[in-house]
Each structure stands twice: as structure tokens, then as C-alpha cells.
Design a protein around this ligand. Structure first.
Ligand SMILES: CC(C)(COP(=O)(O)OP(=O)(O)OC[C@H]1O[C@@H](n2cnc3c(N)ncnc32)[C@H](O)[C@@H]1OP(=O)(O)O)[C@@H](O)C(=O)NCCC(=O)NCCS
Length: 196
């Protein structure tokens, strides 16, 4: 297991170059390795399904708190409500594959200022800042929709997720496996506590 200090001192060259952010267009200039991050829409449902079906049983448990079968994942994707959800996806520029997906579930009638977020990055692309970048991107979208707090549920033993949510300076660990991040103050990039 990596100590917080070794996480901080990870080789910066291993980090993905900052992704290109776009709402609709694909830009072909820039660093070849930089993934493209954009908001996802109805037409991206097949890419979301392929991404989730590519997860191992262990990752399905981490992501859904349950080892969903392929059939259950297909049903989950079919039932996604794009009207009450926001998605940020990272696409590999070489293959066009969706390599990272951040989801925000909103319930304006019940909790108008809260979104439940979940995140998944394919194993070959982890540990390079992509999960962090995707959450920053998604936070921008939900803040524009009036969301002021993001909640995260994760397995208590999911150390990477604990480090990821703790890297937000306004994160409160409410319980083991449940954290709330305040989005109220600064811009998303300023929310990150670079010190520890
Ligand atoms: C959780 C997950 C999305 C992380 O994706 P990732 O692309 O590897 O994330 P990042 O590279 O941005 O961050 C990973 C690491 O950097 C750390 N980090 C990120 N920003 C940091 C900062 N500013 N300062 C210090 N550490 C930081 C993270 O805490 C984490 O630590 P670790 O690699 O030592 O465990 C990925 O592991 C995954 O898909 N897991 C399976 C699904 C899952 O667990 N989902 C969560 C439940 S919803």
C-alpha cells in the first residue's frame, strides 16, 4: 500500500497530460497521450455500456457495491436517466475508447443541492490523475445546475477512493465509506488541497 507521502511524490511524468476539455468537438492537436474529456449524452449510451462491461468483478463491486452481472449492467445502462444525471467521460485519442467515466445522480425533488457521484477508470489508465480530472470536470457541470455538495459512497477498504476524496480541501468523512465534498466556495481546481 502506498503511503500518502509516496502518493504525493509520484513521478510527475507518469501523470496524464492535462486532458482536453470540450463540450462537443474533438480536437486533434495537442499531446498525443492526452485523453479527451467531455460531457456525455444519450448517444454515448453504447460507450458507457462497453466501459462498464469491461470492468472486472472486483471493480464492479467497488463501483456498484455489488458484483453486477453483464445482464444487470446492460439493464443499468438502459435505465440511465440523462435528465437527472450528468456524465463526464475520458476518451483515449488513439482508440476512441471510453477509458474513464464519472457520474452524478441528482434528485431535485428530494435533495436539490446534492449530487451522488461515482467514478471509474479502466485499470491500465489509473494512478495518472485521470480520476481527479474527471471529477473536476463533472463538478463544473453540477455546480452550474445548483448543486452545492457531492456525496461519495465507496467500500471502506477502497484506499484509492479515500485518498481521492480527501484530496478535496472541503471533504468531510461522514462515515466509513461515505464522504461529502462541499462545492460551494472556489472553482473546482482550487478545491484540491495540494499539501496533503
Ligand atoms: C478510484 C479510481 C476511479 C481512481 O482513478 P485514478 O485515475 O487512478 O485516480 P487518480 O490518478 O486521479 O488518483 C489516484 C491516486 O492519486 C491520489 N491523488 C490524487 N490527487 C492527489 C493530490 N492532489 N494529492 C495527493 N494525492 C492525490 C489519489 O488519492 C490516489 O492515490 P493512490 O493512487 O495512491 O491510491 C480507480 O481506481 C477506479 O476506477 N477504481 C475502481 C472503481 C472504484 O473504486 N470507484 C469508486 C467508487 S464510486
Amino acid at each position: 500500500m502506498m503511503s500518502p507521502q509516496s502518493a504525493l511524490s509520484r513521478n510527475v511524468q507518469q501523470r496524464f497530460p492535462k486532458p482536453r476539455f470540450t463540450s462537443s468537438q474533438v480536437t486533434l492537436s495537442g499531446h498525443a497521450e492526452a485523453p479527451l474529456v467531455r460531457y456525455l449524452a444519450e448517444r454515448d449510451r453504447p460507450a458507457i455500456q462497453d466501459h462498464l462491461l469491461a470492468l472486472s468483478n472486483t471493480d464492479r463491486e467497488r463501483r456498484f457495491h455489488n458484483c453486477l452481472s453483464d445482464f444487470a449492467i446492460i439493464r443499468y445502462v438502459r435505465d440511465l436517466d440523462f435528465g437527472r444525471m450528468a456524465f463526464s467521460g475520458a476518451f483515449h485519442m488513439g482508440t476512441g475508447k471510453l477509458i474513464g467515466l464519472a457520474e452524478a445522480h441528482m434528485n431535485p425533488a428530494h435533495k436539490p443541492d446534492m449530487a451522488e457521484m461515482s467514478i471509474c477508470v479502466l485499470p491500465d489508465h489509473r494512478g495518472r490523475g485521470l480520476g481527479t480530472d474527471l471529477l473536476d470536470h463533472l463538478i463544473t457541470a453540477v455546480r452550474a445546475r445548483g448543486v452545492r455538495h457531492a456525496e461519495f459512497y465507496f467500500q471502506p477498504a477502497n484506499r484509492t477512493m479515500i485518498r481521492l476524496v480527501r484530496s478535496f480541501s472541503h471533504c468531510r468523512m461522514v462515515a466509513i465509506g461515505y464522504a461529502v465534498v462541499s462545492l460551494i466556495q472556489e472553482e473546482p481546481t482550487d478545491l484540491r488541497n495540494m499539501v496533503a
